[in-house]
Write a protein that binds this ligand. Structure first.
Ligand SMILES: [Fe+2]
Ligand SMILES: [Fe+2]
Length: 203
């Protein structure tokens, strides 16, 4: 089990209540800010679920666990992926925190026992999105950006919310356009590039 490989991660027996278990694991490891962020993302994702007829429990679970790998140091994420011989793209090597989406999926499956791909897939691509993204993938991607963990309102907030009233795809494309046009993209992850091309209809 993945958390066994990180002896410094504090754990207590699971209660079976995902909300509590995610919060307890994050807070026990000094990640109270992340615990608050994932609750806000869950609230936003539930609103998107209602707007687009998605299963609210799946959207809530994906949101609560999407950043659960915050309990692992980014440098350790890279070493763990390499020790397992798992493929890495250049963006992940340059910016190991990008791996947190993949590690969060592994923790959700291994530690929390989630097997539903409509919960695991959104967790795994919540930072980059991916080509052929499902409505669940796009919902979490947008919820995570709208419920952002910095001061104030995100500069893309109004444009993305307006686009969200049109469609999930429009909302994702509006956010990605903002990131590209404002030069905020650190380094293009292969999944990000594939998602962006897919949204723009480029083969
Ligand atoms: Fe994240
Ligand atoms: Fe997040």
């Amino acid at each position: 089990m993945i958390l066994d490989d990180f002896s410094y991660v504090e754990r207590s027996p699971l209660t079976g209540c995902l909300d509590a278990d995610a919060r307890i694991l994050l807070e026990a490891n000094g990640k109270g800010k992340t615990a608050r962020h994932v609750r806000e993302v869950a609230e936003t994702n539930l609103l998107i679920a209602a707007q687009y007829g998605l299963n609210p429990e799946k959207c809530r679970a994906a949101a609560l666990l999407h950043d659960i790998s915050a309990v692992i140091a980014p440098a350790d994420m890279l070493a763990w992926m390499q020790s397992r011989g798992l493929p890495l793209c250049e963006a992940e090597r340059k910016h190991p925190f990008l791996l947190h989406q993949r590690l969060s999926r592994t923790i959700a499956a291994d530690y929390f026992g989630i097997s539903d791909d409509e919960v695991l897939s959104p967790i795994e691509c919540h930072t980059t999105l991916k080509a052929n993204a499902s409505p669940y993938d796009m919902a979490l991607f947008i919820a995570d950006k709208l419920a952002w963990d910095q001061e104030g309102v995100p500069p893309f907030d109004k444009a993305v919310r307006t686009a969200l009233d049109r469609s999930l795809r429009e909302a994702c494309l509006t956010y990605m356009d903002y990131m590209v046009e404002s030069g905020r993209l650190l380094f293009p992850h292969v999944e990000w590039t594939a998602a962006y091309r897919w949204l723009k209809g480029i083969k």
